[in-house]
Write a protein that binds this ligand. Sequence first.
Ligand code: FDA
Length: 307
Amino acid sequence: MLGPVILAASRSDRMRRLISAAPVTKQVVDRFIPGESVDDIVPIIEQLTDRGLELTMDVVGEDITTPEQATAARDAYLALIDRLRELGLGERVEMSVKLSMFGQALDGGHELALANVRPVVEAAAAIGTTVTLDAEDHTTLDSMFAIHEELRKDFPQTGCVIQAYLFRTEADARRLAAAGSRVRLVKGAYKEPAEVAYQQKHEIDKAYVRILGTLMEGEGYPMVGSHDPRLISIAQELARRAGRKPDEYEFQMLYGIRGDEHLRLAAEGHRMRVYTAYGTDWYGYFMRRLAEKPANLRFFLRSMLSK
Ligand code: FDA
């Protein structure tokens, strides 16, 4: 019950101001967003890669309101990629981007987002890595898939995310499960209406398994984005049945969630990629993490009350 309320609050400017200014928030936020700058995040990247993990980096921010902010988002990714080049970590660390942060919702936003994301994809390719386009709310997805298709003409390794809770996703998965494609499957983290998305956990989980089956049986590279232990063992079984070797798919989890499981899967010989977010505009990302697990909200509120 709490999840949808928190997701509604994630779109409220008033709540954003209140929560961002709360005295203890930062310390709670750090669990999921362990840094604000490239300098903060480099030691985390080094620590995780030293442990045999790979990463996908998210410079947090979304729903920007000016083209200048979109340019700043592009530049933030370019600065990170430049640092990864200096560190020689290009091949272990890819980028995840939200097109709303690149201007997708502004006037002429589709073209603007494409123009801003292209240099990031080019810079990533130049250091031997790639970019995955995150999936945001359902109204943005036709534009995201069109940008994905456009980028793939020059950079076929560009990935995208699909969300099991949406009715459309089974058809998207069939279209995307083709040779050379890289597709991350997640359950879905936004508040979506019943006209477009399953609302019940068991329906979402069943859809996840069906869609994962399509990806595993297809010719692309599936990226299993989930912390759900049941889905992780089903993924292993589907990969085995499809005759996939461990380097023909990967697991992905979020920084700060089930860290022991990241290490366990990597130790078993799986490719394990940790989605690591950093930056100052953390509100939307943080609120989605609270909505996924109400216990996080209770911890957050307790830490505020104990001050
Ligand atoms: P589920 O929510 O059932 O959680 C399974 C278990 O994981 C829980 O019982 C708990 O132990 C743990 N857990 C999950 N979330 C937690 C949390 N916030 N705090 C503490 N424990 C938690 N969504 C989207 O709409 N667009 C996107 O582009 C992405 N990108 C993305 C990348 C990656 C790498 C991951 C792992 C996830 C996303 N997501 C996403 C988020 C995704 O849609 C979903 O909301 C979360 O992964 C939670 O769903 P699970 O599959 O983990 O299952």
